[in-house]
Write a protein that binds this ligand. Structure first.
Ligand code: DOR
Ligand code: ZN
Ligand code: ZN
Length: 448
């Protein structure tokens, strides 16, 4: 008699978001991949079955802007806590930023970082590299696995002279040859630093002074400069955390090879929040006016802003609170608040399911060539199951991130990730992390 073939796992009673509509069906998973999407009678037999009780299944989310820290900054976050926070927030893939200690700016350091991450991560992780001082090492960083490159125009993390156009042109060209995007933190670094220094020296150290130094103009000018350079090289530039709606005007000029992201805090919070939360809500670029957030929201819905990224930037609580603003570390955790905030918008009818999956899964995968972010037969089974009806308040004390604070604390949301699957394995289940450190995969730019 022919032996009965069993697949590894069946998810049954699912409402699957497929090709822009919901279908009621099941998903069978075999060897980490989606093997079949079908109604129950047509599903193969499985060794294990999970009833998802009519809840919605989305492609696992992808956050292309995460600071997992680790190494010498493990007290802020480490590869395990950061990826647990990702899984709890419905993210199955994150891209890690290179401003670590030591920075990811040599092929050797990238290799070591990957080595360390391997046994600790529980979701898929890819790494950005900062451009090394020696140009010939750029190719080597790509070969060692860099998914993309990162340029911080404010507070450069390498010795690369980012204020020199010729230097930027050169590295943009290199990235283009490797077919890798360059992510840019666009703020006019030199000027911001000069203003900060002047304010600091004259004893001006309040939240408002921080806003003054990091004004909209500093971002818009930096975006304009980089767009001009990108035009000359034809490289793919991806602007991180666009906070100023007027930046979009310049991005529109070169949309064919420029992409950009904004963050939940830049679309949901205004600078008034700073009065309530104080320096907890400090980040770069900072929060702006109500008019600006409204314009950003429309730009995101209208596809001028391509994607949403959390800019998860955890710090120890004591680093976030200081009378002197120049002593406060900028950045907030975002992995565990992004999806609930966005599901609330979908519930309110302010965003469609299609746009939600685009900005948090399909598009981020496309921009960074990750071959993920969709649900179809044969694709890697990275999935998140959400309960759209759960209403609750954001409670940062329950975060898996080491950074247990948030300017969204206490905010009412509707919609919750309840199960997260990475490569077909359940990693997060109703509040609990259920997989071992190291169960995640390291994604490399050169291997797919
Ligand atoms: O707020 C920020 N935090 N902006 C940055 O550019 C860096 C980040 C961090 O690493 O903490
Ligand atoms: Zn940044
Ligand atoms: Zn960042």
């Amino acid at each position: 008699m022919k032996k009965l073939q069993l697949v590894d796992l069946n998810l049954i009673n699912a409402k699957i978001f497929l090709k822009n509509e919901f279908i009621e069906a099941g998903i069978s998973i075999e060897a980490n991949r989606i093997n079949k999407i079908a109604k129950l009678p047509n599903m193969p037999k499985a060794s294990k079955t999970i009833d998802v009780n009519g809840n919605i299944v989305l492609p696992g989310l992808i956050d292309v802007h995460v600071h997992l820290r680790d190494l010498k900054l493990s007290y802020k976050e480490d590869f395990n806590t950061g990826t647990c926070a990702a899984a709890a927030g419905g993210f199955t893939t994150v891209l890690d930023m290179p401003n670590t200690q030591p920075p990811t700016n040599t092929p050797e350091r990238l290799k070591k970082k990957i080595q360390r991450a391997k046994n600790r991560v529980i979701v898929n992780v890819g790494f950005y590299a900062a451009f090394p001082k020696q140009f010939k090492q750029i190719v080597e960083m790509y070969r060692n696995g860099a998914i993309a490159f990162k340029v911080f125009l404010y507070h450069p993390i390498t010795e690369l002279d980012v204020n020199c156009d010729d230097v930027l042109l050169k590295v943009f060209k290199c990235a283009k040859q490797l077919n890798r995007p360059v992510a840019v933190h666009a703020e006019e670094g030199e000027i911001v630093q000069r203003i900060e220094e002047d304010l600091r020296k004259s004893g001006k150290s309040s939240l408002n002074h921080h806003l003054k130094a990091h004004s909209i103009k500093r971002e818009v000018n930096a975006v304009q400069r980089v767009v001009k350079l990108a035009k000359q090289t034809g490289s793919h530039i991806h602007f991180c955390h666009i906070s100023a709606a007027s930046s979009i005007r310049h991005i529109k000029k070169l949309k064919q090879h420029i992409t950009c992201e904004t963050t939940p805090h830049h679309i949901f919070l205004t600078k008034d929040v700073l009065r309530k939360c104080g320096s907890i809500a400090l980040m770069n670029p900072p929060l702006r006016s109500r008019l600006n957030t409204t314009r950003l929201w429309h730009a995101l819905n209208d596809e001028w802003i391509d994607i949403l990224a959390s800019d998860h930037a955890p710090h120890a609580l004591q680093e976030k609170t200081n009378e002197n603003i120049w002593e406060v570390s900028p950045g907030i955790p975002g992995l565990e608040t992004t999806l609930p905030l966005m599901l609330t918008q979908v519930n309110n009818g302010r965003m469609s399911w299609g746009r939600l999956t685009q900005i948090l899964a399909t598009k981020p995968a496309e921009i960074f060539q990750l071959n993920r972010g969709f649900i179809k037969t044969g694709s890697v089974a990275d999935l998140v199951i959400v309960d759209v009806n759960q209403e609750y308040k954001i409670d940062s004390s329950k975060f898996y991130s080491k950074a247990k604070y948030s300017p969204f604390d206490g905010r009412k949301v509707k919609g919750k990730p309840i199960k997260t699957f990475v490569s077909g394995c359940l990693v997060y289940d109703s509040g609990e992390i259920v997989s071992e450190p190291g169960s995640g995969t390291i994604l490399t730019g050169s291997s797919h």
